[in-house]
Design a binder for this molecule. Structure first.
Ligand code: PLP
Length: 399
């Protein structure tokens, strides 16, 4: 039987790889990726089943730890990231948790940037210490704090850059070097940048994690996550953890994410252009203290942004002068942009992080992370730029 798998040539660009990468075709030679909707697999003989379980003849054994549609998504993601291997998970949080939990045991130490997605912060602040793992937060922008925290042996470093929602950056190369000197594996949550704008492995990161729910699906349809790294880490450390704890991605969701990858470059290019334009046009607006966007000249870490990112991304953070009241008036006046805590969607979305995604943090923690009462996070979608600008302007007038 012929195998209709396309060989992906290394000289092909990422857009090409995202359309064809990882696809295996059945004997029916279908054009589109197939959804293998099965929980289990059958064996021709008892001997074949034995060989599958002792791994002398590796093959799909059970849906919790292997499915052909999920494998296509994993292979396409590995191509995109330039990683040796990838494992998909049911959500971004499952990816973050599994990537860390499979590395650490009681007595180990984890250092993390303080500006993390709310649930990532919860894992480091609440869950790991309960299990005897020592954790320490640093201001991710401050190399002196990283140097001090990483002067002790450390098992893992977790960071996000740009951070959610205040768009703070971490110097990937410098922190990866410090982390390695402390014996740590460096895990980068690369959701805001996506692999198209920033490839942490090239700066020395060991592990990259994504919420595929965000730009990879990009159309608000399903949850998903993925962990990428060396074949050794993925197959020997992460895979047993996933196999026995079960945060598996559904084949249907893997298919949706495969289709998302086909248009990722096209969507992101447009979203980044529009986000930068909106941030630029809002500079100096009387209702705003700041309109943050990583590649604008007035961004405090603009040099670092230009060094490690190809573009500033699809997110804009607005600092309204009037605090929470003005922020709520702004959100309630929006006619096109939707109020939602999601991001990376084709629909533009606006969030007030201090009262939603980061509500759980103490006032001190919020202040330390730049989550001020007047901060609005805008996730730019695929609408016409003139409509988005008009909506933001009229809502600022109402604020
Ligand atoms: C959304 C998000 C997550 C969690 O992903 P889910 O798919 O919602 O579980 C983790 N990190 C960042 C930066 C995110 O934006």
């Amino acid at each position: 039987m012929q195998n209709y798998k396309r060989e992906i040539l290394p000289e092909w660009g990422l857009a090409t790889q995202m359309v064809h990468g990882g696809q295996t075709r059945s004997q029916h030679a279908e054009t589109a990726e197939t959804i293998y909707m099965t929980s289990g697999y059958v064996y021709h003989s008892a001997e074949e089943a034995e060989a599958a379980f002792d791994n002398s003849r590796p093959r799909f054994v059970y849906g919790r730890f292997g499915n052909p549609t999920v494998s296509m998504f994993e292979e396409r993601m590995a191509l995109l990231e330039g990683a040796e291997a990838a494992r998909a998970t049911a959500s971004g949080m499952a990816a973050v948790f599994a990537s860390l939990a499979c590395l650490v045991k009681a007595g180990d130490r984890v250092v993390a940037a303080d500006a993390l997605f709310g649930s990532c912060n919860y894992i480091v602040q609440e869950i790991l210490p309960k299990w005897g793992v020592e954790t320490e937060f640093v201001d991710g922008r401050d190399l002196a704090q990283w140097r001090k925290a990483l002067s002790k042996p450390t098992k893992a470093v977790l960071l996000e850059t740009p951070s959610n929602p205040s768009l703070r950056l971490v110097d990937l190369k410098a922190v990866c070097d410090l982390g390695h000197a402390a014996g740590a594996q460096v895990i980068v949550d690369n959701v805001f940048a996506t692999p198209l704008l920033q490839r942490p492995l090239e700066f020395g990161a060991d592990i990259v994690v994504y919420s595929a729910t965000k730009h990879i699906d990009g159309q608000g349809r399903c949850l998903g996550g993925v962990v990428l790294g060396t074949a050794k880490y993925i197959n020997e450390t992460l895979q047993p953890f996933i196999r026995h704890t079960g945060p598996s991605l559904s084949p249907v969701n893997a298919w949706i994410l495969l289709k998302g990858l086909e248009t990722l470059e096209l969507r992101l290019q447009r979203q980044c252009e529009v986000a930068e334009r909106i941030a630029k046009e809002l500079q100096g607006h009387p209702k705003l203290a700041h309109a943050h966007y990583p590649t604008l000249d007035n961004f405090p870490q603009v040099e670092l942004a230009r060094r490690q990112m190809k573009s500033g991304g699809s997110m804009v953070s607005l600092d309204l002068k009037g605090g929470k009241e003005a922020s709520f008036r702004f959100l309630n006046a929006l006619k096109l942009i939707l109020i939602s805590n999601n991001l990376g969607d084709s629909k533009s979305l606006a969030t007030h992080p201090a009262t939603t995604t980061h509500q759980r943090l103490s006032p001190e923690q919020k202040a330390a992370q730049g989550i001020m009462p007047g901060l609005i996070r805008l996730s730019i979608g695929l609408e016409d730029v003139k409509d988005l600008l008009a909506d933001v302007r009229q809502a600022l007038d109402a604020a």
